[in-house]
Design a protein around this ligand. Sequence first.
Ligand code: BES
Ligand code: MN
Ligand code: ZN
Length: 510
Amino acid sequence: MAKEIISVTVKAQKADPITAKSDLLAVGVFSDAKRDRLCEAIDERLGGAIAKVRRLGDFKAKANTSALLYGDGKIGAQRVLLVGLGERKKATNNTVRGAAVLAASKAVELRAGRAVLALHNGFARRPDAAGLGRAIAEGAHFGSYRYDEFVTKNEDGRLKELIAIVADANAAKVAQLAKGVRVGSIIGRAQSFSRTIANRPGNVMNPAALAASAKKVARETAQLSCTVFDEKQLKQKKMGGILAVGSGSVNKPRLIVLKYAPVGKKAARATIGLVGKAITFDSGGISIKPAAGMQEMKLDMSGGAAVLGALKAAAELKLDLNVYGIIPSAENLPSGTSYRPGDIVTTYSGKTVEVQNTDAEGRMLLCDALHYAVEQKCDVIVDIATLTGACIVALGKHKGGLMGNDAGLIKQLQAAAEASGEKVWHMPSGEEYLEEMKSKIADLKNIGNKWGGACTAAAFLGQFVGDMKWAHIDMAPMEAMFEGGKKSGVVGSRGFGVRLLTTYLMNAAK
Ligand code: BES
Ligand code: MN
Ligand code: ZN
């Protein structure tokens, strides 16, 4: 690859934020705190500079805002970044993660290689120092991420290494913070990895390349193994759905199967199957998409990337449960060998599907992967996919859709979404929606009527899980080219799903 992506190290240290040497000191500020000892102490050193930006109203300490001041040799840091945390009573771990995202992003822009983070200090009365440490580490990784491996010339130069120090004067608290930082760094790194996998363009990241990346992760990670089924094996197994979608490209499809199994035997360990859609480029196929925006469809393998990231994190965290990562991968292109509208495809499960639109390809390959997950006797199956534009119409770009057949599983995923800050919204997918997916000439067809496309797509998938507990996350809203970061120049994948799925697995392993 052209370039190394920035290396980030986050550590918790017993240190005084005021005297610690750094290029940047990031200080969290509540908008409504009456007293803030750290801010006051820094302000005193800086001769009232903080009081001044507050008084002038230049910095109101709202969440997602910041103000930059300079240390001028009066404190250990070259620069001070005040980071807004909003109202104190509304603040959660998600707030502190967001503050760390902002601080780390600024550190990269300012080329501040050594940053001291004093973002959790105002949360002093909360007992959850580990949770705060984890959120800060996740945020530091997320905010410092830049996808620039193909930029050969970078005029401003760029930061190669960021050391982020979570500073606290209290040794017992540092120990707790450090625990969280360790977990958050594993998850944060897995998320950045997932973003790079997703961001790589279609000419680089094709199904074989994705399979090679998955194999590499498995090689480098204890207790993680990877099996790849190539086109020949897919034919032998009669995985008609994956083969149909991949038939138009010279880059042949793959089914990638990762397995994490913890050390040691224990009878009652749950097995969870994660299934992720990995279309390395979705042109729509014969039912071709309009040209405008088609380039975004290089991100159509984000579900698979999320599953790969979550497996990597689960293994590094040594979670006490078995996890399958099942990633069907293909490139959806139009050609003389493509599958076509009108085709009837016999899927791996034996169920037949009438293809009415080759652009509804995600469900065509997920159905084979779901049936494979059922065969592996998973206790629970969760799939994640950039499945429908309809889900973006329904939810906007702020939350993923969540559907499924088990109320308990939906609740667990909602809780994981809340804790991880990767939001989902529960949507229906029952009988009425399934009716629309029935074909007159096959068991199912691959598109419904005009409305409720996210729900009919989920109803289709639900036909391939038998009576297993199953949930489906339509992450199209979250991976349609990330625009939230345009101002900071951050575009592309946000690695949605890695934190959500890993948090879900951590809770399931408790
Ligand atoms: N990958 C797309 C869904 C998508 C659209 C993801 C926009 C992210 C942003 C999916 O394969 C697709 O094309 N779905 C079709 C389904 C339709 C043909 C029933 C869609 O949503 O238009
Ligand atoms: Mn499509
Ligand atoms: Zn697609």
